[in-house]
Every structure is written in structure tokens, then in C-alpha cells.
Design a protein around this ligand. Structure first.
Ligand SMILES: Cc1cc2nc3c(=O)[nH]c(=O)nc-3n(C[C@H](O)[C@H](O)[C@H](O)COP(=O)(O)O)c2cc1C
Length: 356
């Protein structure tokens, strides 16, 4: 059930495959005999400097992947020096994450139930010391995800015979999760501390008016996540966002969505050339990170791979994944004849039309 929650997507799951295939169809042009013995992966975004050009995307209920997943993400963010996003639907609290990851933690906001309830989460984030807010706007309504429907996956969680069998046949996960305390959404709570999260609730209140209210209220950096159209991107920039996060939610919302990596260069051309862009959806290795940076992203975020690594081997798995990404990026830079992330431009992408 948990694997399907992480890996699943909208409809027939063609959109998620298309995201990955689009990356595979992009080729990089190697260059030779440059002096590439010293290489730096340092990258900056929104006045923050990081040791690597990637971070971890906001994902709800990470502690389902393994007990303490959010804490492990924070630990690795501090070790590798990269940003992580705490989802509104996280199974750890805003206050705990602020303690664990400090300025490396950004807070991701879903509009939920009412303007008042959503803004109260923003107040909490502000009070806890968060400086960067990510408003996700591509989930006006959670999509039908067939695997979750088949498994009866929902929040709050309901035990069904199918779920019982699933837990009984995965004893390591079940015992570990029970011992650590069953994960629940920790941030949508009423005044008595009871979880009020309704996963299938309408989130369409994240509209242009709400965005403008939020812009007035939030003193820190404001990123808008889930933008895929050039018109929307221009409007988001003109209304005062600090950055756009180009993403199709990993194909979890619209099965027929175009591959995110194909949209990225279009959005890069539609906004000012120095306007910060973040990117996710379909990034599976260091070469994909390089491709996204070359096609106009200033920073790249990892989604499913981080949760799958946590699910496979906890913090050890996450550490191994991050090492692979870091080493890959460094080696690929060398192959391209470059020594730093800021050198990456569109000319590292092999132009297929040249061979026709
Ligand atoms: C299990 C899971 C939960 C997610 N929860 C959220 C969320 O709470 N908020 C959000 O903005 N995006 C959420 N996302 C989307 C990710 O932030 C990201 O856009 C997506 O995973 C990128 O696609 P990829 O994982 O295929 O690379 C979630 C993704 C997954 C896999």
C-alpha cells in the first residue's frame, strides 16, 4: 500500500512514464581535453547557497516510507547542505522540522478547508522561523489514483481486511512503524490538536486572489509550485512571486500532462532570464539533474527516488542515493568539460536536428 502510494500516479500512469522517457530522449554532448580536475557543485537559489544543485521536493506522509523519515531527510539536508520542503500534509510538525533543519527547511502550503485555516498554518510556519514558503497550486482537487483506490489508501487511515493482510505480510515495516507511532498528518489540526486533514478535500481555494493575499502576508521568499503554462508563469512573476517551481506533480494529478522537462525551456523563455526557476518531475539520476539545469532550471528537486531510498534502507538508503546523485553530477560535469554548475548552458544538450 505504501509503495503504491509513493510510486502511483493519476489515471493509467502514462504521465509519469512520459516524464521519465522525455529525460531519456535528451542527450548530452561530451567535450574533451578541458582542465576538469577540480569541480564544484555549489549552487545558489533565493539568496541561499547550497553544496549541491538539488534538494528534496515536498512530499506528504514521508514517515510512511520508514519511521523517522522526515528526521532523516533533515539529517541529510544538514550533512549534504541542501534544502528540503516540509509538506502541509507531513507526518512531522512544522515546529519539529524547524528545529531539525533550520533555514534548510522550506514550508510547502496546500490551501486546506478555508482561508483562515490555511493562513493559520502560514502563521505557524512564520513563528517557527521558516523563511521560504512554497505554495502548491496544481492540486485543486486530488486526482483519482487507481492504486490508492484499489488499496483503500486514505487519511485518516482505515483498517480493512486488505490492509490488515498487507501489514501482516510486511512485519519489519509494521513493527517499526507501530513502535515509532503510526504516522498521521501533523499540521492540519483543530484547537484541541486533533488532525483535520481531509486528503480528498477541495484545495481550489489556492487561486489568484489567495496568492496575492499570501504575497502581502509572507515576508520571506515565496515560491509557486506546479506551474506548467507560460501564461501562468508570466502572471505568477508579475504578481510578485520570488520563484516558480516548474512541476507536473510527477504525473500524480493529470495523466495527459506534457512531460515537465519539455515545458521547462518554454517557461524559461517566458519569464525574465534571471527569474529563479526550480524544477521536478521525472528526475532519476545525476544526468537528469544536469539536463534540467542546462534547460533553464536554477535548482532541481528530487521526489520519488528519495522516498523509495528511505523505504528500502532508511537513512542508509537515503545517504547512498544522495552520494550517487552527487558523484554522478560531478562525473557528468567532467564529461561535459565543465568545472562548475554555473557553466551549464543549453549548448551541453546534443542537438538532434543537426543529424537530420
Ligand atoms: C508520495 C508523494 C507525496 C507527495 N506529496 C506532495 C505534497 O504534499 N505537496 C506537494 O507539493 N507535492 C507533493 N508531491 C509531489 C512532489 O513534490 C513532486 O512534485 C513529484 O514527486 C515529482 O515527481 P517525481 O517524484 O516523479 O520526480 C508528492 C509526491 C509523492 C511521490
Amino acid at each position: 500500500m505504501v509503495y503504491d502510494f509513493i510510486e502511483g500516479a493519476a489515471g493509467r500512469e502514462v504521465g509519469v512514464s512520459r516524464n521519465e522517457a522525455a529525460f531519456d530522449n535528451i542527450m548530452l554532448q561530451p567535450r574533451v581535453m578541458e582542465n576538469v580536475s577540480q569541480r564544484s557543485l555549489t549552487a545558489s537559489i533565493l539568496d541561499q547557497s547550497f553544496n549541491v544543485p538539488f534538494g528534496v521536493a515536498p512530499m506528504g506522509m514521508c514517515n510512511l516510507a520508514c519511521p523517522n523519515a522526515d528526521r532523516f531527510l533533515a539529517e541529510m539536508a544538514n550533512k549534504f547542505n541542501f534544502p528540503i520542503c516540509l509538506s502541509s500534509a507531513a507526518s512531522s510538525s512544522i515546529e519539529d522540522m524547524a528545529k531539525w533543519a533550520g533555514h534548510r527547511a522550506w514550508f510547502q502550503l496546500y490551501f486546506s478547508s478555508s482561508e483562515e485555516a490555511s493562513m493559520s498554518m502560514v502563521d505557524r510556519a512564520l513563528k517557527a522561523g521558516f523563511e521560504t514558503l512554497v505554495l502548491t497550486v496544481d492540486v485543486p482537487q486530488v486526482s483519482r489514483r487507481v492504486r490508492d483506490l484499489r488499496n483503500g489508501f486514505n487519511l485518516p487511515f482505515k483498517m480493512t481486511p486488505r490492509a490488515f493482510w498487507d501489514f501482516a505480510t510486511h512485519p519489519r515495516w509494521s513493527l517499526g512503524t507501530l513502535t515509532a507511532g503510526a504516522p498521521s498528518p501533523k499540521n492540519f489540526v483543530d484547537k484541541d490538536g486533533n488532525s483535520k486533514f481531509n486528503r480528498s478535500g477541495n484545495r481550489a481555494g489556492a487561486n489568484w486572489d489567495f496568492f496575492q493575499l499570501l504575497r502581502k502576508k509572507w515576508p520571506g521568499k515565496l515560491i509557486v509550485k506546479g506551474v506548467t503554462s507560460t501564461e501562468d508563469a508570466q502572471r505568477v512573476q508579475s504578481l510578485g512571486a520570488d520563484a516558480i517551481y516548474v512541476s507536473n506533480h510527477g504525473g500524480r494529478q493529470l495523466d495527459s500532462v506534457p512531460p515537465a522537462i519539455r515545458l521547462l525551456p518554454l517557461i524559461r523563455s517566458a519569464v525574465s532570464s534571471d527569474f529563479p526557476l526550480l524544477f521536478d518531475s521525472g528526475v532519476r539520476n545525476g544526468e537528469d539533474v544536469i539536463k534540467a539545469l542546462a534547460l533553464g532550471a536554477d535548482f532541481v528537486m528530487l521526489g520519488r527516488p528519495a522516498l523509495l531510498a528511505l523505504g528500502a534502507e532508511g537513512v542508509t538508503g537515503l545517504n547512498a542515493l544522495l552520494k550517487c546523485f552527487t558523484e554522478d553530477i560531478s562525473v557528468v560535469l567532467a564529461q561535459l568539460g565543465m568545472t562548475s554548475i554555473s557553466d551549464l548552458k543549453k549548448n551541453v544538450i546534443f542537438d538532434v536536428t543537426a543529424t537530420r
